[in-house]
Every structure is written in structure tokens, then in C-alpha cells.
Write a protein that binds this ligand. Structure first.
Ligand code: 13P
Ligand code: SF4
Length: 316
């Protein structure tokens, strides 16, 4: 693209050094962005990396709620993102005013919010969880009235693990994980009877019911390498394939990786449209200009910090 250095990756690496920036990337970023990062991980690992950060700048290649969490943990640090419009259907589907009214209808309940929500929603929560620690975090509220927000599929999965059918659930969903088709998956399993099915807990129940392994992106990646199966059917965003392939190569293993089928074969719906707004070009501009910056009003930040820190303490 004109106006950009010919070797964009080297230019980004140089700018990162010059700026003293820490580059964090989620597994759903494009391969080249993952390879440039100081730390690539799932939501929990990235929140932990942000907590440990001592740089002047954090460049967050992920979606807005992840960068916002980094800012909440590092109020003095400049947190920038390649594209401020990189949102999340779960966060967008839980507007703070509506959530406040929902909580008023369930007075007395504790609130466990999935990290995929806005700072305002975090500020109304007792504890935050990610997909890798959700069940353990929910166990903190054994015997208590509990609101789970904003992912109904994750909430159902947690309820099943805990044997609880009394959870009060905000009815949000991830547009990427909801598009995997249980019907097409069943057909695919007939063609690959030996395959292991790995799924993210944001998938709907009829997909999760067919999974041999359910876990966060980091857990899916680790299991893909450790599993004895030679064919893996994977129901999550296809950014994870890059890490799985890298780690299989490091371990000297070869496996057939099959993306779980979606409902509409004509679209790349297994790619998160928000995550994929971040491009190498925007990452370059973001490092060059140290913008766009993520900010959180201080009164909200202080309230949102407590449940995030509590989660990090419980997950250490
Ligand atoms: P992880 O917690 O597995 O990183 O999931 C984040 C996410 O947005 C899944 O869609
Ligand atoms: Fe949000 Fe789903 Fe994208 Fe994850 S994959 S960031 S939950 S829209």
C-alpha cells in the first residue's frame, strides 16, 4: 500500500523499540500481528500481561474491552489500539443502562461478568471471569443468588459444570461462535469418526454437546498439541490455527486441522469481524502516532478495577 514502508513488519518492530511499547495480541489476530507481539494469549493471559506491564505504552491488538481492561489496570500508561472500532458483539449487546435496570430487577444477587463487557458493566460487577477461569470464578458464589452476564452460552455451560439451574442470565451471544452449525458438525463427525472436537464455551449448546473438549482459546491450543487424536475439528475463530500449527511443528507432530462448519458456507463467518479490523497498516500508524488512545473515566475505572483485581488474585 502506498505511503507505508515496503517492509512493514520490520518498521513496526523498530517503532515498537523506539516507543518502548509493549505489544499484546490476542490469538484471533492475523498471523503476522501475532508474530510481532511481545505476548500473544487468551483474554486471561493478556490481562495478566497487562497487570505485569511496566512500559510507557501498551499497544493492544485485540478488541476494545481487552484494551480497556489494560487501561483499567494501568491508568498512567498510554494504551493505544490499531482500530478503536474493534468492538465485540457481547460487549455491545449489554448496554450499561439496560444492565443496571436488569440488576435492579434482581436485587440482592451477586454479579459475575465475563470479561467481554464494557468498563461500565465491569463497574457493576462483583467479579470478572474469562473463558479459562469461568467455572472456578462462579464457584466463589456457591449457594448465592448469581447473575451471569453477558454470554448466555457460557452461562449455560457454567451452570452445567456446577449443577446449577438457578443462574440469572443476561441473554447475549457472540456472533462468531453462534454461527457454528450443530447440524453440519454432526455430518462432519460422521465423515471423521476418529476426530476430536474442540469447542469454545461461547458456542451454542447443540455444538458444545458434541464437543470432546471445551475450553478457552489457550486451552484449545494446548489440547490440540497434547491430544492423541490425529484429526481435530475446531469450533472457534480461525486465528487459533496459526498457533496450533506453530506448536505442532515445534513438537514435531502433524495433525489434520478441520474448522468446524458454519451455517453459511459462503462467508468467512468464523473470523471475528471486530478482531480483524486490526491490520498491519493500522498497527504501524498506531505505533507511529500513538493513537487512537483508549481512555476510561476515573470513577468508572476505580469501580471496574476491584472485580478485575479480584479475578487476577484468584487466578494467580
Ligand atoms: P478467550 O478468553 O478464549 O481468549 O476468548 C476471548 C474471546 O473473545 C472469545 O471469543
Ligand atoms: Fe467478541 Fe465473539 Fe469477536 Fe470474541 S469472537 S471478540 S466474543 S465478537
Amino acid at each position: 500500500m502506498s505511503g507505508f514502508p515496503a517492509d512493514l513488519e520490520s518498521a513496526i518492530a523498530e517503532l515498537r523499540e523506539e516507543r518502548g511499547a509493549l505489544l499484546l495480541a490476542h490469538y484471533y489476530q492475523e498471523d503476522a500481528v501475532q508474530d510481532l507481539a511481545d505476548c500473544v494469549g487468551d483474554s486471561l493471559a493478556l490481562a495478566q500481561a497487562a497487570q505485569r506491564a511496566d512500559s510507557q505504552v501498551i499497544v493492544f491488538c485485540g478488541v476494545h474491552f481487552m484494551a480497556e481492561t489494560a487501561k483499567i489496570l494501568n491508568p498512567e500508561t498510554r494504551v493505544v489500539v490499531p482500530d478503536l472500532a474493534a468492538g465485540c458483539s457481547l460487549a455491545d449487546g449489554c448496554p450499561p443502562d439496560d444492565f443496571r435496570a436488569f440488576l435492579q430487577r434482581h436485587a440482592g444477587a451477586k454479579v459475575l461478568s465475563y470479561i467481554n463487557c464494557s468498563a461500565q458493566v465491569k463497574a457493576m460487577s462483583d467479579l470478572i471471569c474469562t473463558s479459562s477461569n469461568a467455572v472456578a470464578m462462579a464457584r466463589q458464589f456457591d449457594g448465592e443468588k448469581l447473575v451471569l452476564a453477558p454470554d448466555r452460552h457460557l452461562a449455560r455451560w457454567i451452570g452445567r459444570q456446577l449443577g446449577r439451574d438457578d443462574l440469572i442470565v443476561w441473554q447475549g451471544a457472540c456472533i462468531v461462535h453462534e454461527q457454528f452449525s450443530a447440524r453440519e458438525l454432526a455430518k462432519l463427525r460422521v465423515r471423521h469418526p476418529e476426530a476430536e472436537v474442540l469447542a469454545h464455551p461461547e458456542c451454542e449448546a447443540a455444538v458444545l454437546d458434541q464437543a470432546d473438549f471445551i475450553g478457552s482459546t489457550a486451552k484449545i491450543i494446548a489440547r490440540s498439541v497434547q491430544s492423541p487424536a490425529e484429526t481435530l475439528i475446531i469450533a472457534t475463530e480461525d486465528g487459533v490455527f496459526h498457533q496450533i500449527e506453530k506448536r505442532l511443528a515445534e513438537a514435531g507432530k502433524r495433525k489434520a486441522l478441520v474448522q468446524a462448519p458454519g451455517m453459511d458456507e459462503s462467508c468467512a463467518c468464523n473470523r471475528c469481524p471486530y478482531m480483524r479490523l486490526n491490520t498491519l497498516e493500522k498497527l504501524y500508524l498506531c505505533l507511529r502516532d500513538l493513537s487512537p488512545e483508549v481512555t476510561v473515566p476515573e470513577p468508572i475505572r476505580v469501580k471496574a478495577l476491584r472485580p478485575i483485581e479480584r479475578m487476577l488474585e484468584l487466578s494467580a
